[in-house]
Ligand binder design. Structure first.
Ligand SMILES: *Cc1c(COP(=O)(O)O)cnc(C)c1O
Length: 468
């Protein structure tokens, strides 16, 4: 979570209290303004406390206009009811809540089937708080497998992980936290994600694995997982190096199985050892759930799995957290049961349709060049056309905020630092109607933007947040 500093003036700042709220205070009649940065001395009545917190949160944004985030912002009321019913269930307490544990197991089995595990009964997996935790677990499994195979060189030599420079920040975290060198394939020309040959050239005997991303965070494009596996097969033939692949399917893991059935990216490729996805992205569940799966027990070294009996039972677990809410896992099971394959296909197809038509309409305005078209993930990136000199993507992002639209602008990494883009993430709930409103707003801004003498956004970092 954000690393916060304590308040320097905690004795001065207070929460302002509407005099109406004070009535509920049985003692003093009027509620005294409670401090914001230290515990108040005395309790407040629940209705007053509720109103104060509620009022403060009104200033948060409208998530439906947020085209920056991948994370689910709408679920059906029934899912909300189930989550409320489960909010006191602790996921780790498998003995007290065996049915919740069973629903988690079923979700893993469904994903093993969806991702074509050759023997679904042999596949193992778990829920996590999101893809980041799932990637930590998958990376740890890769590292441990490599260390066991190379006991003669570890720890004297440092392991490395090969991936595109477009990886999500969780992979940089993994490498930092677990002391693994990140070997990054840079972008080149109009290639904005990993190139299989360039990846193979970075591999050596200390490579614990290669990460392929199904759905790049930067532009929504799928990385060529099958070509990557083929290039690694060829490497093995040449050198004997047998390097496993992890697929980061944070978004695409719940898109490709429904919309791109012919695309071979999953456990059908023998080299794919593990896959993760975010249940709270295109898995259509509120924030707080991800999944990690390994093709078989060999891919997940058993010594990483813990069996504790403090809470009764002896359920094996693999996780960074101990206690965790069960509601999201229950909501994931609900979503699987509710939609089935046909339902998921329909929902994801309509999201992709919105993305593709929005991309086409933005391209037709003439001021922009599309880098991607929303035909893989329902996500696309665009930049200003070459002849646009009066404004840049940061100006567009800043001006769109006036209408409540959150569209991040950011620069690309090496070797395309020269390129700045806007990214639009379409999610379930972003309808054709909202897309119409968005195009109207953007169209209305263009004449003013074109009249600018030059790009105007000075503080480019502050103008626009880049949300993964
Ligand atoms: C979002 C994302 C992550 C991190 O997922 P969280 O569920 O937010 O932790 C990892 N990899 C990719 C490709 C992503 O898009």
């Amino acid at each position: 979570m954000a690393l916060h500093k304590g308040s320097e003036r905690h004795d001065v700042r207070t929460v302002s209290v509407n005099p109406f709220y004070g009535e509920a205070n049985p003692v003093g009649g009027m509620t005294e303004a409670p401090p914001t940065h230290r515990l108040p001395d005395a309790p407040l009545p629940p209705s007053t406390a509720y109103q104060l917190v509620h009022d403060e949160l009104m200033l948060d944004g409208n998530a439906r206009l947020n085209l920056a985030t991948f994370v689910t912002t709408w679920m059906e009321p029934q899912a909300g009811v189930l989550m409320t019913e489960c909010r006191d269930k602790n996921m780790i307490d498998k003995d007290e809540y065996p049915r919740t544990a069973e629903l988690e197991r079923r979700c893993v089995a469904m994903l093993a089937d969806l991702w074509n595990a050759p023997d679904p009964a042999a596949a193992v997996g778990c829920s996590t708080t999101g893809s980041s935790e799932a990637c930590m677990l998958a990376g740890m499994a890769l590292k441990r497998r490599w260390a066991k195979r190379n006991a003669d060189r570890y720890p004297s030599e440092r392991p490395n992980l090969v991936m595109g420079i477009n990886v999500q920040v969780c992979w940089e975290k993994f490498c930092n936290f677990w002391e693994v060198d990140a070997r990054l394939v840079p972008m080149e020309g109009e290639r904005f994600h990993l190139d299989p040959q360039a990846a193979v050239e970075l591999c050596d005997e200390n490579t614990i694995g290669v990460v392929g991303i199904l759905g790049s965070t930067f532009d929504g494009s799928y990385e060529p997982i099958a070509d990557l596996c083929a290039a690694l097969d060829a490497l093995q033939e040449r050198t004997g190096l047998d390097i496993p692949v992890h697929v980061d399917g944070a978004s695409g893991g719940m898109v490709a199985p429904f919309l791109d059935e012919d695309l071979v990216w999953d456990f059908r490729l023998p080299r794919v050892a593990s896959i993760n996805c975010s249940g709270h992205k295109y898995g259509l569940v509120y924030p707080g759930v991800g999944w990690a799966l390994w093709r078989d027990r060999e891919a997940l070294p058993d010594e990483l799995v813990f069996r504790v009996n403090y809470l009764g039972g002896e359920m094996p677990t693999f996780a960074l957290n101990f206690s965790r809410p069960g509601a999201q896992v229950v909501a994931q099971y609900y979503t699987f049961l509710r939609l089935g394959r046909e339902g998921f296909r329909a929902v994801q197809q309509s999201t992709r349709d919105v993305a593709r038509s929005l991309a086409d309409r933005i391209a037709a305005l003439g001021d922009f060049r599309l880098l991607t078209r929303g035909d893989e993930l329902p996500v696309f990136a665009l930049t200003t056309a070459d002849d646009i000199t009066s404004y840049d993507v940061f100006d567009v992002s800043r001006r769109l905020r006036e209408g409540g639209w959150l569209v991040p602008a950011y620069t690309f990494p090496a070797h395309r630092e020269d390129l700045s883009v806007l990214r639009i993430v379409c999610r379930n709930g972003f309808s054709h109607d909202l897309a119409d409103l968005f195009v109207d707003d953007l169209t209305r801004l263009l004449p003013e933007l074109r009249r600018q003498p030059h790009p105007l956004t000075r503080d480019k970092g502050a103008a626009t947040g880049f949300h993964h």
